[in-house]
Design a protein around this ligand. Sequence first.
Ligand SMILES: [Zn+2]
Length: 428
Amino acid sequence: MNIAVHQLLMPGSPTFTVLHLSDIHIDFSYTPGSQTECTQPLCCREGEPAPGRAGAGFWGDLHSCDIPYWTAEKILQYAAALEKVDFIYYTGDLPPHNVWNQSRTQQLYSLNKINQLLAKTFPNKTFYSAVGNHEAAPCNLFPTPNVRSDNISWLYEVLAESWIKLGLPPNTRESIERGGFYTTVIRPGLRLISLNMNYCSAENFWLFINSTDPLGQLQWMIDWLQYAEDNGEKVHIIGHIAPKQCLASFSWNFNKIVNRYENTIAGQFYGHTHNDEIVINYDEVDLQRPISMGYITPSLTTFSYLNPGYRVYKMDGYYPGSSYWVLDHRTVIMNLTATNMYNQTIFMDEYVARDAYQMENLFPNDWHELIERLKNDIDGPLMGLVYQYYTKSYANGAQCDHNCRRGLLCDFISFRSEDPHSCDSIPN
Ligand SMILES: [Zn+2]
């Protein structure tokens, strides 16, 4: 498979650029000067700071706090001005983390307000959206159609409307209104499949009634992957939660599907953890051969103890038959400490993947080789750098000891949840 890709990567072959925004989590009640350490899960909203303690920073705070509206606005304006992007992947989680005290009205307020900001900041750009776990009220709870006492159409109808306003073709409406997922062709020969991963998540308690492929989403995905294969299309999958964090049945079935369609799926893009992570899918028989790459793009929010950030992917392609692989990616962060100190937004290119990790390409095998290098030098500087980027440079490698590093590496290759052997290859 990689031979064919190399042939396509001749000098001068066309590329395109995708901005990925995830986990914006704007706190509309963010209050500069308020308590940064509080008894609730989300702080920086109210209360006087304890004597001798600083109050919440104007631009945000490196505690359990989400970002204020004006910070999100500046980050998006910076990206819109600087990045030459063709379109945008946008993988959910808009409301703040005041999960104990949310209503449908508040969730829809966040959704409408943030999507208006995006439309204003990126005029004429198409957003390919996916639904996060925080969009529901209460969060995480997405009833399936067999639940008679509750339904989620209040959310899906608004999502359909606002996603279409952000550029999706109107023919996606029916499937978004039905299940919060859809497919559409986004470039000649490139199909997007946007999944509603709330139907995979153990935090969605409705699934304990019946978790068997809710709304037939996985079967629907198989049908479209087969269609793509039959028609020579490549596919990008976007979703909020990476399958490795799903209920085991979903996660293992998902990996089976990726195995079957490894030549069609050109990339997977997720969010949810707020950290900068990867996940490599492996051949389910030999467990050695890397077959697909999932990228977990870091969050805009600071929640918790993270700098705000976004990701830009450079991809191969633009015509039918292109590989549509990720060729490289660059992560941009806002240095929140400096921003608060100088009261001026300070951004930096945190790193560019191929350069920082000394990789020839970003194909699954290249990431596999990086993992091998890291395994052989777990306590070395490169693994320290991986941890630093994992926290969007809030922390550095010295703050992640041997066990922490092992855990991180293990996570990167755990493509199926609850697999007791997924970390066997990582030395003690
Ligand atoms: Zn989130």
